[in-house]
Structures are given as C-alpha cells and as structure tokens.
Design a protein. Structure first.
Length: 292
C-alpha cells in the first residue's frame, strides 16, 4: 500500500523517544489477549498525516496561537461567524481534504479485517479512518466531509459545497496564514468581509458541517449506540487522545466500571493515566505497526 511506504509528516507531532522493546511486548500481550477490542482514537493518530491538533505540547494549536475553534452557539447565532467560518474552511478545504491515512489508520483497518477489532470510535472529523477502509466505526463528533441544513436536514457532500462556494465567489481570493486542526485556515477580518455563503438549495436554510462544534453535545442515540458496542467488548485501547473532552472520556469511565483492561497510547499525559492498565508514550504510527 503506497501510504505505508510514505514517510510520516512529523511537523505537528510532539517529540518522543522511539518505542521501548519492553513497551512493544506489553502492548503485544494486551492485544493478543483481547478478542473483541474497543478502540478509541483522537487527534494524535492524525498528526502524522500532517493535521495539527489542539493540545499537543509545543506543536498543538493552543501552544502555537491564541486562536480557538468556533463555538456552536456563535455559529448558530451569528451570520458573520458563519461567514468567517466558511471563508476559512473554503480556503483550507483543498489541502485538508487531500490528507491521507498513515500507518496507524491502516493497522486498525487490518485488525478489523482480522476480526480482532470489535469497534472503532474516533473523535476525529477528518475521514482518515474511512479513507483507510475501516467500517466497524463510529465518528463520535461527525465528519467535515458532510454538510447538512439546520432547517430541513438535507445532506450534501462538502466537496459539492466547494463548487457552490466557487460559483458564488468567482473573484474572491485569500492567502492562508496558517492551517488549523479542523480543515480551516487563519484569515483576517478584512479578507473575510466579501465572502458569500450559499444557503441550502432545497429550503434556503443555514448550512453547517456535520460535526459537533465546541459547546454542542453528541446525540443521545449515538452515545447509547457506542455504549452498546463497548458492552460487547473485552478491552479498550485509546490511541492518540489525551481524553480531555468528556464526550470521549465517558467511555473510558464506563470501561473502568466494567473492569475492562485499558491501554493508552499517547505522547504526553492523559486523563486515564491513573487507572489505565498500560500507558505508552509513543507515536501511534511507529508503535501500532509493530503489533502482530
């Protein structure tokens, strides 16, 4: 597979030591003894594909800038917030949508094919697990590759919306200042001012990416579905997440309550470190391929 030969992009990956042979052995034991593995991934699995995250020490968005992601209430309430969001997203989309899965995504897809991985839950909205071929999967926070209308619920592909943007803004141009984690870029207020945002073609309603913005909640149906998949599992692996966001952390708490063994693979501390059976401080794309 061409992806597995490509060298990882480490621009947004915090520094860490290569995997310790003892750690490899411990994770191998953990995976081997599991029959129905429940895996939860976070931004740290996608940083090696060149997508920055929010919280990584030194290289995450919060460490590099004072910028913060769009808030749900602000997007719903303010036309200018939506204009700013979509202008930035429009500029960033060609690059963001071209990111490819890395070795870690492909390993998890292979574990699924082998019947080892029972269910995968990703907190990421980048579609990289889908591109890798994972199928037994829930996108906890949705996916930027889909857009829906807040009024009538009609869904379209984000790539289709890009064409509407281009038609509405034939002469609008903006140079990106820097790339952000959710597929947008940083633009000045001046650059954003004349950007035209299309409405839903069916009803004229407001279009929103099919993602859970900060300040919004994951639907009760989705949470309940994931709890069911966890109940069928016999162990939990967290890969590339500090689990700071409660929407993901709640499943680790549920796993602890069920006394499931929990392994955490993440560069830097996580909320699970004090109760995980195993904590590994390595790159997902470096350690996971060593597990057979």
């Amino acid at each position: 597979h061409s992806v597995s030969r490509a060298s990882p992009n480490l621009t947004f990956v915090p520094a860490c030591l290569p995997p310790d042979p003892m750690e490899v052995e411990e994770l191998q034991r953990f995976v081997s003894s599991s029959k129905r593995l429940f895996v939860m991934t976070g931004a740290g699995i996608s940083t090696e594909s060149g997508i920055p995250d929010y919280r990584s020490e030194g290289v995450g968005l919060y460490a590099r800038t004072d910028r913060r992601p769009v808030q749900h209430a602000e997007f719903i309430r303010s036309a200018s917030a939506r204009q700013r969001y979509w202008a930035r997203n429009f500029v960033g989309w060609p690059q963001f949508s071209s990111h490819q899965p890395n070795k870690a995504h492909l390993v998890l897809r292979d574990w699924e094919k082998l019947g080892k991985l029972h269910w995968l839950v990703t907190q990421n909205v980048d579609a990289l697990h889908t591109k890798a071929g994972s199928q037994r999967m829930t996108e906890l926070h949705g996916c930027t590759h889909r857009v829906f209308c807040l009024a009538c619920g009609d869904q379209i592909l984000r790539s289709e919306l890009q064409e509407h943007f281009e038609a509405l803004n034939p002469t609008w141009k903006a140079e990106a200042l820097d790339v952000a984690p959710d597929g947008d870029v940083f633009l000045t207020e001046e650059q954003v001012r004349n950007f035209q945002v299309p409405a839903c073609q069916k009803c004229g309603g407001i279009l929103k990416p099919d993602v859970t913005f900060f300040g919004d909640t994951v639907s009760r149906e989705k949470v309940s579905f994931v709890h069911q998949r966890l109940a069928e599992s016999d162990s939990m692996l967290v890969a590339g997440s500090s689990m700071q966001v409660y929407s993901g952390y709640r499943f680790a708490l549920a796993a602890r309550e069920k006394k499931l063994p929990i392994a955490v693979l993440n560069i830097g501390p996580t909320r699970l470190d004090h109760f995980a059976s195993l904590k590994l401080n390595s790159r997902c794309g470096e350690l996971l391929p060593l597990i057979v």
